[in-house]
Design a protein. Structure first.
Length: 126
């Protein structure tokens, strides 16, 4: 999974997110977290955009990862927009509500009632 901060002007955001994920007890030993230059997506103009790559040991850890990302985002004074990419599916996290976390998990786990993803990457409201 690739995580990219797509808005916000704080250069400490990406290192902060990486440290947050590495310190998360629910992910410790179950996730490999690394940082690299982000791949350019639609509208990407180049520059110093970084990505955090996360490799999980199993699907159950996905819920812990999404909750942890939402908690980190909520802890920021000016929460940035975050783009999550997994197996070609891209979702943009613009809020940290439990409903948003549930929609992401339904989409990525393909469960009943999975919310479709609009072309702009947002999970549609059920």
């Amino acid at each position: 999974m690739q995580i990219v901060i797509t808005s916000g002007d704080d250069p400490t955001d990406m290192p902060s997110l990486r440290r947050w994920l590495m310190a998360e007890p629910e992910l410790r030993g179950r996730a490999v977290v690394s940082t690299r230059p982000a791949t350019g997506g639609p509208g990407h103009m180049g520059g110093a955009l970084d990505a955090v790559d996360v490799v999980l040991s199993n699907g159950i850890d996905l819920a812990s990862l999404i909750v942890s990302i939402a908690a980190w985002r909520a802890s920021r004074p000016r929460p940035p927009q975050i783009t999550l990419e997994r197996d070609g599916s891209v979702i943009t996290l613009r809020d940290s509500s439990p409903e948003t976390v549930e929609r992401i998990l339904r989409e990525w786990n393909g469960g009943p009632g999975a919310a479709p993803v609009r072309p702009d990457g947002d999970a549609d409201q059920p």
